[in-house]
Design a protein around this ligand. Structure first.
Ligand SMILES: NC(=O)c1ccc[n+]([C@@H]2O[C@H](COP(=O)([O-])OP(=O)(O)OC[C@H]3O[C@@H](n4cnc5c(N)ncnc54)[C@H](OP(=O)(O)O)[C@@H]3O)[C@@H](O)[C@H]2O)c1
Length: 259
């Protein structure tokens, strides 16, 4: 692995050291939410999908293996329902040894199909726990009953016709023993997590492709710098890891004419 670290002091341990840190035990941390790692793959021009709701394979085999190591080093893995409907991911650990994390889906209308692959653990060395679906009180009861019959835990949150409240979800996951949460996407969920400043670590794989598609991040209220940056080249991909530092929130654009 070709690896390096940013100029920040103290020097980062390179990608391997950072991955060891971000998957380490957090039992002693006294906070009311899990430690959050955000991880995704993007093209050189910042796309995570070619078209809305379509899958796009970006990671090479070595960076995909890193993704599975990250999964094995976290207690739960969060994605939005858009990702489930587009990619039908299994969200389990298959390429390395280790336990599969608890799958958590943000799904305000309970669109998760009972045929989704994440409801089965095929290919995993060790079975993943049955998924948890976060939804709204308005979501249809019959869909909830069908998912519960398939082993899914349905947690309802107050979110009248809006996005689900992420901080309440974080507290609920923490109460259930989740201490390390991996967030894999898609774009809407990544944007919400950054907007709510719910990120302790970021791992971004950059694949040498130009896609001109859907951006990883839409508008976030403040720029995010990565501190203590570590990076590695994994075949043709570059992987960056660091701790986000959130900048001041942007002011609304002035409405009047500038003097
Ligand atoms: N390159 C990568 O690493 C990567 C990883 C994952 C996904 N992807 C790609 O990303 C695309 C899917 O992204 P997406 O933006 O369409 O969907 P998404 O982020 O996976 O899911 C978004 C949906 O989650 C629900 N949601 C509920 N509460 C939310 C909240 N607080 N914040 C955000 N979402 C919330 C909403 O649906 P309801 O209104 O129904 O609740 C929302 O439309 C796919 O093309 C997939 O292939 C790429």
């Amino acid at each position: 692995m070709t690896a390096g670290s940013g100029a920040a002091a103290p020097p980062a341990a390179g990608l391997e050291g950072l991955v060891a840190q971000l998957t380490s035990d957090v039992a002693k941390e006294a906070r009311r939410r899990p430690r959050v790692t955000i991880s995704y793959a993007q093209s050189l021009d910042g796309s995570i999908a070619a078209r809305p709701g379509e899958p796009l394979r970006l990671s090479g085999s070595r960076s995909l293996e890193l993704t599975h190591r990250l999964r094995a080093g976290h207690d739960a893995i969060l994605v939005g329902i858009g990702t489930v409907l587009a990619d039908d991911p299994r969200l389990n650990v298959r390429l390395v040894a280790g336990d599969s994390p608890l799958p958590v889906i943000l799904d305000g209308r309970l669109r998760l199909p009972p045929s989704a692959r994440l409801l089965r653990s095929r290919g995993a060395l060790r079975a993943a726990p049955p998924p948890l679906v976060a939804t709204s009180f308005e979501a249809p009861r019959e869909r909830a009953a069908r998912l519960c019959a398939a082993g899914v835990t349905v947690l309802r949150f107050r979110s009248p016709n809006g996005p689900l409240p992420l901080r309440s979800l974080m507290r609920a996951l923490h109460r259930r023993g989740v201490r390390r949460l991996l967030v894999e996407g898609g774009g809407r969920v990544l944007t919400s997590m950054f907007a709510e400043r719910l990120a302790d670590w970021v791992v971004i794989t950059v694949a040498p492709r130009l896609v001109g598609g859907e951006p990883a991040l839409a508008r976030v209220p403040a720029p995010v710098d990565l501190a203590g940056l570590g990076w590695a080249r994994l075949d043709d991909d570059l992987v960056f890891a660091g701790r986000p530092r959130f900048g001041a929130r942007r002011r609304a654009a002035p409405t009047g004419r500038e003097a």
